[in-house]
Design a protein around this ligand. Structure first.
Ligand SMILES: *Cc1c(COP(=O)(O)O)cnc(C)c1O
Length: 486
């Protein structure tokens, strides 16, 4: 608007028309820290002309709101581009909504929640603006390049067109009861696990045992992603083995960075290392349970990890993960998912089949119910002996060389507020992990499920996602490009 009006001398109406027809707003998270608001005085000092234009956009927009919803001053205040409670602030998400012809979330559940929560008033005023475009990942990068062994095996069955037409993977279904092919499928996974083990040893001096189940959670460290729920399971499994319990051998692999100022996330990394130190040194159990934290997670390193995973951990609190894309990369490479009904997990489960997905945890609706009734994590802790034992050991300093103060902030947060409902989902997660262990022992069944995950993951190609942006939001159509010109 500033360029069109000031530098190109356009009148307001045609400039606004071009602006709104050009802009689209893709929301990537519902977390409050991502919905930016900027203090008005700061804005005025740095971008005085932009603020002037924003206030004019707001004046015209609020007039339209009043016309659409007469005598609803609360609504006008909520939809205003300026938050006038306390120090005035510019609401960037509201501005993006008003200035765009299309607004979308990045998975169906996330797009639905957008309309029900943070952008509810906007969706009620202009329902046709709102759409969904479920994310996708590049099959060239995350299958063809990252997993050449599996790519070659796939090409044998479905031909070499699958990287540009990922639904062709469906033809793999014809092979899921072919014993020889299933054995080769397992051999590729084993080779990828050995390759990751060799890298971990060479680059970081970390020993991974390739004959164990690789149970992997790699993603940014955040409380809503619940790496600490995974840790609670690790401690419970450790205690189960110490009591003489049975379970297939596992290596629980973590990776991910914390934001520099996010203290709790850094403490979760410390907790993973604290538990790993004790578990990995215990000669009574360390042939059956190991914990590894792979440092320096970036896309290049992640490309070694996804192809080596047996189990994909997608365990965020329902309603918190907008989409996730790691979930797609794992399933594409034949990992089975243990996950909640969150983000694109919902659609992955629909595609691969509920019988090929390990589901646990409360739904968004159940969480809303529990919170409305007054959620009391302490009561769950009191009544669940395994949770009491796992949290108790952490609180007592067993994983911090006897220092009970180190992890006290995590323990206290879980017992007092537990904003991400780890306690509520703990038993369901443990039960589901036990089912994972049982199925992992049935090699044929596991391989069949693995192959069906890859076969049915076609929807999650970035090609499909980009095509939807082209057709429904950008309104652009493909052009033929001669390779000679390139
Ligand atoms: C895909 C990817 C992510 C996103 O992972 P989620 O599990 O969806 O959070 C994060 N980091 C790296 C390096 C990735 O490759």
């Amino acid at each position: 608007m500033r360029l069109l009006v000031d530098d190109h001398g356009m009148n307001w109406e045609p400039a606004w028309n071009i602006t709104t027809r050009t802009m689209g707003y893709t929301n990537h998270t519902l977390l409050p820290e991502a919905l930016e608001t900027w203090p008005l005085p700061l804005f005025r000092r740095l971008l005085p002309r932009h603020l002037e234009i924003i206030l004019e956009i707001n004046r015209r927009f609020l007039a339209a709101v009043q016309e659409h919803f007469p005598k609803d001053q609360d609504r006008v205040q909520r939809m205003s581009l300026i938050d006038e409670r306390g120090e005035k602030r510019v609401r960037m998400a509201n501005l993006a909504c008003v200035g765009s012809h299309a607004v979308n979330g990045v998975a169906q559940i996330h797009s639905d929640l957008l309309k029900q929560t943070v952008l509810r008033d906007f969706a009620e005023m202009e329902p046709d603006k709102f759409t969904n475009v479920t994310n996708g990942v590049s099959p060239r990068r995350f299958l063809l390049l990252a997993n050449p062994g599996l790519a070659a095996l796939i090409t044998e069955v479905v031909g070499d067109k699958w990287p540009e037409d990922l639904n062709r993977l469906r033809e793999l279904e014809t092979k899921c009861d072919d014993a020889d092919f299933c054995e080769r499928w397992r051999q590729v996974k084993r080779a990828n696990k050995r390759a990751l083990a060799a890298y971990a040893q060479h680059a970081h001096g970390i020993e991974l045992l390739p004959d164990t189940m690789f149970d992997v959670q790699v993603k940014r460290i955040h409380e809503y992603k619940r790496q600490h729920l995974n840790v609670l399971h690790a401690v419970a499994l450790y205690r189960h083995l110490k009591r003489g319990g049975d379970a297939p051998a596992r290596t629980i692999i973590f990776g991910g960075k914390a934001a520099p100022g996010y203290r709790t996330a850094k403490l979760i990394i410390k907790l993973i290392h604290g538990v790993a130190e004790v578990v990995n040194a215990d000669r009574e159990t360390n042939d059956r349970l190991r914990i590894a934290f792979l440092p320096d997670l970036n896309v290049k390193n992640a490309q070694r990890i996804y192809p080596a995973a047996d189990l994909s951990e997608q365990i965020s609190t329902a309603g918190m993960e907008a989409s996730g894309t790691g979930n797609m990369k794992f399933a594409m490479n034949g990992a089975l998912t243990i996950g909640t009904l969150d983000g694109a997990n919902v659609e992955i489960r629909e595609e691969v089949g509920a019988e090929n997905f390990f589901l646990f945890g409360l739904t968004v609706a159940e969480i809303q119910q529990r919170l409305a009734q007054g959620y009391r994590p302490w009561d769950i802790y009191q009544q669940n002996p395994e949770l009491r034992e796992a949290l108790g050991l952490i609180a007592a300093g067993d994983f911090s060389r006897g220092d009970p103060s180190l992890f006290a902030p995590i323990v206290r947060s879980l017992l007092e507020k537990d904003p991400f409902l780890l306690c509520a989902d703990f038993q369901s997660y443990l039960d589901c992990q036990a089912r994972v262990g049982q199925v992992y022992r049935k090699k044929k069944e596991w391989t069949r499920m693995s192959m069906l995950n890859t076969a049915r993951i076609g929807k999650f190609s970035s090609d499909r996602a980009i095509r939807e942006y082209c057709e429904h939001i950008w309104k652009v159509s493909p052009v033929k490009v001669s390779l000679r010109q390139l």
